[in-house]
Ligand binder design. Structure first.
Ligand code: G6P
Length: 607
């Protein structure tokens, strides 16, 4: 979590840092700060709350002179979101300012050591040890002090440093946290993410773990952990800058919901040629595939639920058992894994700490790792044996929408691809491919056929709790539907396998309790219908999601949302769309900050 930026060039640094921080605000938004160097004077401005407060305090940066600086937007881990705990942090001698994303796990012992040596601390953060260590080790070379400092740190970090002995220079170092250098003309940058850079430059250098950089307006030098200079290639970023702008929408989330037909199309396009599913990036041999006896999917949050939605297609088409494990659990569970395991890792950002740790653990045990990931060049993509990109483009709203649907789409495509390689799909191949090709059109229909959702949101937004129920593929989607609702509207929402209701949850059903019932799987519709009747008999109001011509459900539900009819194996991508819209409009009714829900961050780079 947290976002960092750095700039050096001829222009005023503060406005550029603030603009960059606004783009990174999705990574954390409880406090923020900038440190700008004007010749050799470092001035620091910090605020609690959003970047807007920092803009107000600094007159959009105009009040802060200087051409070199670093900035930070925070998601609090160590210490409350106060201005004291906000970054940048200064060394006791005022020579250095530091911003940091990540967690220094051994900060307590370092803090004690530094206090004994006479350093005083102004914050409760783990970060502050970094700046005092740099001061301690500084003997005229920031590079050497950085090497010595990072040698003492355990945990994860992307660090930005300025030093008033070196006006015009910014330093950066990384270990297990994303950090990218932006290569400009007579000016250079660093940032946690390309979205903060693309309005200035599309040429970037990806720093690897253990590397650090000395950056001036004319020169970028990258060093390994021993201080040896290394050659790095400059990569051209293809992301469309407009993707990181709201483009007339009130919220990024609605823009991204509406972008789903195009995003899913972009996911599918390179993978279906002449009616055949192909994956140029996956040269797994059929023999290797035949040796796989278990598929394990791991991820966090919505990416995990994408795995839940894709599991059914994988099992049905590939006839391989698929299990799912939350990455935060998997990493500590001593999983039984060997070279016959295929691990599918799912991550939009490619930087989720638990996901990275879980995949490392499984890789060490011999699993073949496929990563389904959106951010090109991210850690997950680099660590995997095979990176399969979702091509959803930048996703800015904290609550994922197009990230999720493109992940599920990749799982559908993989199911057909593997099933075919294994010789398991015969007569239905064409039909499956057509189904996946229809997904963008069906998503658009699911958006268009639900004009009543804002009215439903008016009816349900004051509910104490919302229960989502479904079976099989409907259950998988209800998990993501409930998560979407709780994360942006703050309504207590839970998903239950419809058959499990009787085993406890039904005790909570009382007069007017809303139950959102997903009924899009015709094979088990009757069963869900029985559960609907059971909750209705106890006074529940049922909002059902189903097909327009599904008379049984239509006649029994109190309210309805619709999707076009589709084979249940591939319905997850469509079913989630009305639930995203419902969550959006309920959150709007409740006056919530839809794109930046409280306490959340988009990229969770801490455990
Ligand atoms: C955070 C985000 C979720 C996301 C999860 C996993 O909680 O708010 O939207 O699903 O992290 O992130 P990843 O980048 O690994 O998909």
């Amino acid at each position: 979590m947290c976002g960092i930026v750095g700039f050096t060039g001829a222009q005023a640094a503060a406005p550029i840092l603030l603009e960059g921080l606004k783009k990174l605000e999705y990574r954390g938004y409880d406090s923020a700060g900038i440190a700008v160097m004007d010749n050799s004077v470092i001035s620091v401005n910090k605020v609690t709350g959003r970047i807007a407060n920092l803009c107000e305090k600094t007159d959009d940066g105009k009040a802060v002179p200087g051409n070199t600086g670093i900035g930070h937007t925070r998601w609090a881990t160590h210490g409350a979101p106060t201005s004291e705990n906000a970054h940048p942090h200064l060394s006791n001698d005022g020579k250095f300012a530091v911003v940091h994303n990540g967690i220094i796990e051994n900060y307590m012992s370092l803090r004690e050591e530094l206090i004994k040596e006479g350093y005083h601390f102004d914050s409760e953060t783990d970060t502050e040890v970094i700046v005092h260590l740099i001061e301690k080790y500084y003997k005229g070379s920031v590079r050497d002090a950085l090497i010595k400092t990072t040698n003492r740190l355990r945990g994860s970090y992307a660090i930005g440093v300025i030093c008033n002995d070196n006006p015009g220079t910014i330093y950066a170092a990384r270990e297990a946290s994303p950090l990218i250098i932006g290569v400009g003309t007579d000016e250079n940058y660093f940032a946690s993410d390309v979205t903060a850079l693309v309005s200035h430059t599309r040429n970037v250098i990806y720093l690897e773990d253990g590397e650090f950089a000395k950056i001036t307006s004319e020169k970028i030098q990258v060093f390994d952990c021993l201080g040896k200079e290394i050659d790095k290639s400059v990569v051209r970023v293809m992301w469309d800058i407009r993707a990181a702008e709201k483009g007339g929408y009130e919220h990024f989330m609605m823009k991204e919901i509406k972008e789903q037909p195009a995003a899913v199309k972009a996911t599918i396009a390179p993978r279906i040629k002449d009616g055949k599913v192909i994956f140029d990036e996956l040269d797994i041999s059929t023999d290797k595939l035949k040796s796989i006896n278990k598929i394990l999917i791991t991820a966090c949050g919505s990416a995990y639920y994408a795995g839940c939605a894709g599991k059914y297609a994988l099992e049905k088409l590939c006839n391989i058992p698929v299990s799912l494990e939350l990455a935060s659990e998997l990493r500590y569970s001593e999983p039984i894994i060997d070279e016959h395991t295929l691990l599918i890792v799912i991550s939009q950002s490619g930087e989720t700490a638990d996901t990275i740790a879980a995949m490392k653990e499984c890789k060490e045990k011999g699993a073949t790792v496929i990563a389904i990931v959106n951010v090109v060049g991210s850690t997950v993509a680099k660590l995997a044996d095979y990176a399969v990109y979702t091509w959803a483009g930048p996703e800015i709203a904290v609550a994922t929408t197009k990230g999720y649907t493109t992940q599920v789409t990749v799982l559908y495509l993989l199911s057909i691809f593997f099933g075919d390689k294994l010789g398991l799909i015969k007569e239905n191949y064409e039909e499956y491919v057509k189904c996946v090709q229809s997904l963008p059109r069906f998503i658009q229909q699911a958006i268009d056929m639900n004009p009543a959702i804002p009215t439903l949101a008016e009816k349900y937004h004051e509910s104490k709790a919302l229960f989502f129920i479904g079976r099989n593929t409907d259950y998988a989607t209800s998990l993501e539907g409930a998560l979407k609702m709780k994360e942006i509207s703050y309504l207590h929402s839970e998903a239950y396998a419809a058959g499990e209701l009787k085993h406890g949850t039904i005790a909570l059903i009382e007069e007017h309790q809303p139950v959102i019932a997903l009924c899009c799987n015709s094979k088990i519709m009757e069963k869900t219908l029985s559960n609907i009747v059971e909750v209705k008999a106890r006074g529940a109001e049922v909002l059902a999601l189903t097909f327009r011509n599904n008379e049984k459900i239509v006649s029994v539900a109190d309210d309805l949302m619709f999707i076009p009819e589709i084979d249940p194996i591939f319905s997850g991508v469509i079913e989630i769309v009305p639930l995203q819209l419902l969550a959006y409009y309920v959150a709007k009714e409740n006056g919530c900050d839809i794109d930046k829900p409280k306490n959340l961050a988009k990229s969770v780079t801490v455990e």
